[in-house]
Design a protein around this ligand. Sequence first.
Ligand code: LRY
Length: 224
Amino acid sequence: MSLSLPKGLIVSCQARADNPLHGPQFMGAMALAARDGGASGLRANGPEDIRAVVAAGLPVIGIHKVFSDDYPVYITPNFEAATAIVEAGAGIVALDCTPRPRDGEKPETLIRRIREELGAEVFADVSTFEEGLAAADWGATYVATTLSGYTAYTEPKPEEPDLRLVETLAARLSVPVVAEGRYNTPELVRQAFDTGAHAVVVGTMITNPREITRTFVRQGLPTR
Ligand SMILES: CC(=O)N[C@H](C=O)[C@@H](O)[C@H](O)[C@H](O)COP(=O)(O)O
């Protein structure tokens, strides 16, 4: 079966509402810049931003973050959220595949429905080895280490990415494993490929100038 996500660097173009770069105009421009810089795919949040980044002509991993006070799962927690991003043009739907409570169907049901009813590929965001195995068993097209360090049982998040999780999943699974989360330098990206990643997703260090600025300022430089 041919995969729509090629090997290579995937650039995540996301900016929350409190970020000065929030909105489809800025995320669309980020996507063009990433494409021109050599990215082989994009990740974006919500129908509006997805519509804007699709114009760059690269494969798009869509997510739909839905935050609630009642549930810890926020990355594409239900079928309605998945439907909206496929309608916006994402060919790949990423969703939280941890067993945590959510406002929606279980991940195994969501994976099946997204593939069968929406005809999209599924990108499973997981935080542990066991979750990665389960997601592949349920039919995920890709398994990604996105949530390592971000679930209660994998916190506190270290500064470094979870290369070990990439390595163990890649050694076991026949579906492509994607490295995501805190790949903040080209050297770390190279290490992820060396340990068996099919692709590596980089967000903050490419598309979030506010955080990039903070990393410089934190070095103890005089600020103003
Ligand atoms: C945990 C979670 O909600 N991760 C989100 C998933 O879409 C994004 O906020 C991250 O920016 C993305 O995973 C890329 O990671 P990094 O920005 O570290 O390169």
